[in-house]
Design a protein around this ligand. Structure first.
Ligand SMILES: Cc1cc2nc3c(=O)[nH]c(=O)nc-3n(C[C@H](O)[C@H](O)[C@H](O)COP(=O)(O)O)c2cc1C
Length: 357
């Protein structure tokens, strides 16, 4: 394969999604049939990156997007984790093989179109074929559970309402929220642009001012019911305004790095399949992440009230899904029809993502 083809494949693969658009990967063209993906995670400073799992899921999304992108050039890919890498810096060796008869993957046209929609969507129910294709997209190692009726969406909305209270009042989450938004823009190459986060311009202005310091956030939350407006706009209304929430459940508990990477592959297949079915999607990962903390008996905060709230939320999530706490959850999201978002995250330039220029 010539280098130009590899560059074109990587240029497409970099559109894979990652939590807060962190793009936790760097690319190395090792030879003309070997690409190394240098993954990393952000667990040392991002409380949501529990044991690096969301980053590992993003690595999976990237590897799957790379596979689909390569199929457009009649090239198949195979990856494996390089032995003896640090746990928070896995290297994925991807071998590429030309296969003249390989058909382009049907999801190929949707790699760049796939985008997160955080604003209200229509409540038009999923059609039978949309539901079937989403349920099958993840493959045989996962089951997909839908929450569709207004009663079920109300229960999810109530869970997300309490979930957001934890997010907004947890001091350890504050620096994460402060640093991930690029204010006043419609597009952002390395963060979330203000206009894609889903609040109206006035609330955005207020959020920007309040989020300049934790003292302001505390004051605002305490005396001015500061969590109400963002929770209504970012959690409650979107949770009702969608066709369905969807929970991806692995059939056996994920344990290894590869297991979480596989969950990310399934996540990306569902997301691209939603796009192919004219549906938009928004991940709702924090309840899953808080449940990981609760199950591992790990404290998320120095504030014990927050840790208690996280445990309670995890039990409520179990009850909503109708399972015991040992059942694993991988990915939670909402889907529905809507207009195309006018604002989105872009990606770092490929040259910034290459380790060897
Ligand atoms: C593992 C993972 C978790 C995510 N969690 C959330 C989430 O909880 N809420 C949300 O609005 N977006 C979430 N996202 C979406 C990312 O913020 C989004 O994919 C990224 O900013 C890039 O934007 P794009 O998908 O529109 O290209 C998540 C994405 C991934 C891969």
């Amino acid at each position: 394969m010539n280098r130009d083809t590899l560059v074109q494949i990587l240029d497409l693969a970099r559109w894979a999604p990652s939590g807060d658009n962190t793009q936790p990967w760097r690319f190395e063209i090792v030879t003309d049939n070997h690409i190394a993906i240098h993954g990393y995670d952000t667990r040392d400073h991002v409380i949501y990156d529990f044991e690096g799992r969301p980053s590992q899921m993003a690595h999976g999304a990237l590897l799957e997007t790379l596979r689909i992108a390569a199929s457009g050039f009649q090239i198949s890919t195979e990856w494996q984790v390089r032995p003896r890498c640090a746990e928070n810096a896995p290297i994925y060796d991807v071998l590429l093989t030309p296969k003249p008869d390989l058909p382009a993957d049907p999801l190929l046209p949707y790699i760049e179109q796939r985008v997160v929609q955080r604003r209200p969507m229509r409540t038009t129910p999923l059609s039978y074929s949309q539901r079937e294709s989403l349920a099958n997209a993840a493959g045989p190692n996962y089951s997909v559970q839908f929450f569709e009726h207004s009663r079920d969406r109300l229960q999810v909305a109530s869970l997300l309402w309490d979930n957001a209270y934890i997010r907004l009042t947890c001091p350890e989450a504050f620096p994460v929220h402060r640093d991930i938004i690029e204010w006043g823009v419609r597009f952002s190459k390395d963060r979330l642009p203000e206009e894609a986060i889903g609040v109206d311009p006035l609330t955005a202005k207020l959020m920007k001012w309040v989020m300049a310091s934790w003292k302001r956030v505390e004051f605002f939350n305490h005396y001015l019911m500061g969590t109400i407006a963002p929770r209504i706009q970012l959690d409650f209304i979107p949770a009702m305004a969608c066709a369905a929430h969807l929970l991806l459940r692995p059939r056996r508990p994920p344990i290894t790095l590869e297991d979480y990477v596989e969950s990310g592959i399934a996540m990306q297949r569902i997301w691209l399949t939603a796009t192919a079915n004219a549906l938009y999607l928004q991940p709702e990962m924090t309840p899953v992440i808080f449940r990981w903390y609760a199950k591992a008996a790990r404290e998320i905060s120095a504030d014990s009230k927050i840790n208690d709230a996280v445990s309670l939320l995890a039990s409520r999530f179990d009850a909503l899904v109708g399972v015991s706490p040992v059942e694993p959850f991988a990915f939670f999201c909402r889907v529905g029809r809507s207009a195309k978002p006018w604002s989105r995250s872009l990606r770092k330039d490929l040259s910034q993502l290459m380790v060897n220029g």
